[in-house]
Write a protein that binds this ligand. Structure first.
Ligand code: ATP
Length: 251
């Protein structure tokens, strides 16, 4: 080894990850590495294993073999709640916000301190919590909607609110499954802006089919096919890769 040469520091190192469902390998000996402050996008045809990869990272699905290193821990050995505590936040495709609460209350109950033994809603509204709620609301473009009942938000605003509910927990890795599905063009542009702002303090792993959006956000793209990497690199590299055109982009 060269003197003074440091191995690169990855926030997330997925190594040899495999999961079999009744003998079918949905993810097959997969390895990829995400750096600090990186926006990584996973693309690929239907059934490629994209959602399963996020399920494995957040502990919803248990790996058959392989490792997922995150901040010195192997996530494959941890329970879902421990993985959240370790700093991994995951947003699913459908927003799961509390429709009958206001935007403020949705953010407030997601503040980590809210999950105390006294119950999520009973804790005191400290100045710190209010400040943090306002800061997050501003980032997700909902500062002027804090008092609004969440059921009155547009679909895109509900998606942002859910991202906000994860951001308030300050995860080091935020995983988003098709965050701009169903959003208007202007909402997509603002979501790209939001992701570029929030990676100052974290990395983001996104599954997405909207290639314009991928182009706007991705530092690096991983193309999955049949549970394995078909191609990886910059958007330019992967979109000009004949293998990617053949199995995905050409359709
Ligand atoms: N719990 C499970 N049991 C059995 N098979 C599963 C399970 N979860 C996923 N699969 C299968 O694994 C494969 C990969 O599914 P996955 O949802 O990860 O694909 P995807 O790339 O996210 O697809 P899409 O773009 O359609 O969401 C599919 O063939 C799916 O049917």
């Amino acid at each position: 080894m060269l003197i003074g040469h440091q191995p690169p520091e990855f926030l997330l190192a997925v190594e040899g990850l495999t999961v079999s469902f009744d003998g079918f390998k949905a993810v097959n000996d997969l390895s990829f590495y995400v750096e600090e402050n990186e926006i990584r996008v996973i693309i690929g045809p239907n059934g490629a294993g994209k959602t399963t990869v996020l399920d494995l990272i957040c502990g919803k699905t248990k790996a058959t073999s392989g490792a997922i290193h995150f901040r010195g821990k192997d996530l494959t050995k941890m329970k879902e709640n421990e993985i959240v505590q370790a700093g991994v936040g995951r947003k699913f495709q459908t927003p799961s916000i509390y429709e009958d609460l206001t935007v403020f209350e949705n953010l407030e109950i997601s503040y980590p301190q809210g999950r105390s033994v006294f119950g999520a809603l009973a804790f005191q509204r400290t100045a710190t919590v209010r400040e943090r709620v306002e800061e997050v609301a501003e980032a997700i473009f909902l500062k002027d909607k804090l008092g609004m009942s969440a059921d009155l938000l547009s679909h895109g605003q509900k998606q942002w609110l859910e991202i906000g509910m994860l951001l308030i927990q300050d995860p080091d890795l935020l995983m988003l499954d098709e965050p701009v599905a169903g959003m208007s063009v202007s909402e997509r542009v603002k979501t790209a802006e939001l992701l570029h702002t929030i990676i100052k303090d974290r990395s983001v792993l996104v599954i997405e089919h909207d290639m314009k959006f991928v182009e706007d956000i991705a530092h690096k793209v991983t193309v999955l096919h049949q549970g394995q990497i078909l191609s990886e690199g910059s958007m330019d590299t992967v979109k000009n890769d004949p293998k990617v055109i053949e199995v995905y982009l050409g359709h």
